[in-house]
Design a protein around this ligand. Structure first.
Ligand code: PRX
Length: 645
């Protein structure tokens, strides 16, 4: 069981991990980047990263070439391909219309009820242009922020592309987020426009989304939103406010299928994506046109070894960074066919994924450990009824994958023939940073090594590299093209969060270790951020949702391990006078938090306390709660106010 492959031998001596999987010679000989080339390219990229990224940039079209590959004169505000003019949509769409890709499928979409839509590059191009014209007719232009609050639909892709085409900035908000989360993001971005749907299908139900937008806008303090575009999807009741709301179909009906693509500076903002940080306020991660397209294009092409006939399916929601980079932009930049599914992955039963792979002949399946663990529970009964032989490569992202789930995915879904790419990256990195390539030797549970052009390390608190086997802080020591440029409206927080601990070095916020072979193993977050089912959520956000309930005086939240979701929240709560802790209240609080933050915030248990451990300055010490929970040493308690108070 330890080794698979048809070329065993040579490298065994190097390996200390018990289970190592080597690629089949068939995979190796077909790989775009051969093993010996990878070693050579990695070495030369280490010596001259800018030459490496410049060469990657040459693969795309620019309206004007750059004067400088990297401007690092004002760190950490790095600029890439300065002086260049481009538009990511020109590369993801317009240029394909002049090639054999014109009539190739760009998008295969399947709705949860089973309805499907397929769009060629040409059809997608026309739809994007119509909407681009529609947006312009609403007065949206360069630099304006557009919040996209939509489930995975063809219109979601069309919207992102149309917004970027006219030089506006999209800011997606996952459709599972609550009205409050939506409102906060709309306000922070001062969005002029929201694009949404009447409703969508999830787990056999039509979920009303327009009403959530209405709720968010009623109390939106800045009053910035001038228009709301509503896609008609699920036939649910949508109250239309005549002075603000317009149906998508009415907007585009008479628009021309031709539209001018805005010429952007390489550094112009492409999108904003809010993600959770260590404080309650979400961070607006800013990405720009030039560097982002270079990074995403290169990493997808190489890590997933794209071939012209591939059908690529990344199961992430478009509303997260994975969806942005590897459902929408990456596949379209590469001219490949991207699959999009609207609904719940277990609906109507646990073979939905396999059925989609089978029916469309998916070649590459990129998913998340939580989903893999959910599917594992059903054994292999559902797999057996589907032909998965088209699969060539698998991928995983978002949270550490436990070796058991890795091996199951590799063996039962990938027939032990498909290399499994466990990709480490973040909203802030924009693209894969640490990942194997198809020719790599794989260790289940390890994200392998940094990709060419990327320099990462594992450091102790003082900034010294830790020896093999020891945990430390994951850092990126050189800038990369698709890096976060700043936090929207908050450059100080950008500096403080990522660049202050080790000046000039990016602090990822993860704990990791390297093994003797230099393979990296991600252990989890180092800060007060939970990763629940691959979704980031700050403990402070969950705490503030708790205290917004009338029964709660104070709350502290920690992450505890969960078999399926990887991690879930546990809350320690101090109640206000007059409230009694009981099962009914716990249910109510759990529901309340879910309503406030959306279903991402899974609270597994609530423990009622009279006091919480705090520092003398009053800060709650979650570290102590964690140590108590797991029966570990409490470590340094010198700042602790009084444990037995
Ligand atoms: O903790 C790491 C975890 O997800 C965090 C980034 O979350 P987000 O910005 O939402 O982006 C998720 C998708 C790119 C990281 O700091 N993470 C991401 N990928 C992995 C991972 N943990 C372990 N293994 C991974 N492959």
């Amino acid at each position: 069981m330890d080794h698979n492959g048809d070329n065993p031998g040579a490298l065994d001596a190097l390996l200390t991990e018990e289970r190592v999987f080597r690629p089949l010679s068939r995979v190796v000989s077909n790989a775009t980047v051969a093993a010996e080339d990878l070693a050579r390219i990695t070495e030369s990229a280490k010596a001259d990263p800018l030459a490496y990224w410049e060469e990657a940039a040459e693969e795309l079209c620019w309206f004007r070439k750059w004067e400088q590959v990297l401007d690092d004169s004002n760190p950490p505000f790095y600029k890439w391909f300065t002086g260049a003019k481009c538009n990511i949509v020109y590369n993801a769409l317009d240029r394909h219309i002049e090639t054999a890709n014109k009539n190739k499928l760009a998008v295969i979409w399947e709705g949860e009820p089973g309805d499907t839509r397929k769009l060629t590059y040409y059809e997608l191009f026309r739809e994007v242009n119509k909407l681009a014209n529609g947006l312009r007719s609403l007065g949206i232009g360069k630099g304006d922020r557009v919040v996209v609050y939509m489930p995975p639909l063809p219109e979601t892709i069309i919207t992102l592309l149309a917004v970027a085409k006219i030089g506006a900035v999209h800011s997606s908000v996952f459709a599972g987020f609550s009205a409050k989360a939506l409102r906060d993001r709309i306000s922070d971005a001062s969005a002029k426009l929201v694009v949404t749907v009447d409703g969508f299908y999830r787990n056999g139900r039509a979920v009303n989304l327009k009403s959530t937008v209405d709720e968010a806008l009623v109390a939106e303090p800045t009053g910035c939103v001038e228009s709301v575009i509503v896609v008609h999807r699920a036939n649910v009741e949508a109250e239309m406010n005549d002075s603000r709301d317009i149906w998508y179909a009415d907007l585009v009906r008479r628009e021309s299928p031709e539209a001018v693509t805005e010429v952007m500076d390489s550094e112009d903002m492409l999108f904003l994506l809010y993600t959770s940080g260590a404080t309650g306020k979400p961070k607006g991660v800013v990405h720009s046109h030039g560097g982002y397209m270079v990074g995403v294009h290169r990493t997808l092409n190489w890590v997933f070894d794209l071939k012209p006939t591939d059908i690529f399916w990344c199961t992430a929601d478009v509303g997260w960074i994975t969806g942005h980079s590897y459902v929408v932009y990456g596949p379209l930049l590469a001219g490949t066919t991207t699959v999009l599914y609207e609904g719940h992955p277990l609906y109507p039963q646990a073979d939905r994924l396999w059925s989609i792979v089978d029916r469309y002949g998916v070649n590459i399946l990129y998913s998340v450990p939580t989903l893999i663990r959910m599917l594992m529970r059903f054994g292999t009964q559902y797999l057996k009824h589907h032909d998965l032989s088209t699969l060539r490569l698998l991928g995983s992202v978002g949270e550490p994958i436990n070796p058991e789930a890795w091996v199951w995915f590799h063996k039962h879904v990938g027939r032990t023939e498909c290399p499994l790419m466990d990709t480490w990256w973040q909203t802030e990195t924009g693209m894969f940073m640490i990942s194997p390539m198809p020719v790599s030797l794989l260790k289940p549970g390890s994200v392998n090594k940094a990709l060419p052009g990327i320099e990462v390390d594992v450091w102790d608190e003082q900034g010294n590299p830790v020896p093999p086997g020891k945990g430390g802080l994951l850092v990126v020591t050189k800038p990369w093209p698709s890096m976060v440029r700043t936090l929207y409206n908050d450059p100080e927080r950008y500096k403080e969060t990522y660049w202050s601990k080790f000046p000039g070095v990016y602090l990822a916020g993860d704990v990791a270790r390297k093994d003797e072979d230099g393979y990296i193993w991600i252990q989890g977050r180092a800060d007060d951020v939970l990763v629940i089912a691959g979704h980031r959520i700050g403990t402070a956000e969950v705490e503030s949702a708790f205290v917004s309930h009338k029964a709660v005086a104070e709350a502290a939240v920690i992450g505890i391990p969960d078999k399926i979701r990887g991690e879930v929240a546990k809350a320690f709560v101090i109640l206000n006078d007059g409230f009694d802790p009981d099962a009914g209240l716990s249910r109510e609080l759990t529901e309340h938090v879910r309503r406030e933050l959306g279903p991402v915030a899974v609270v597994k248990s609530i423990e009622y306390r009279e006091t919480l451990p705090r520092t003398r300055s009053g800060k709650i010490m979650r570290r102590i709660l964690k140590a108590e929970e797991f029966g570990e040493e409490k470590g340094d308690t010198s700042t602790l106010e009084d444990l037995d108070r």
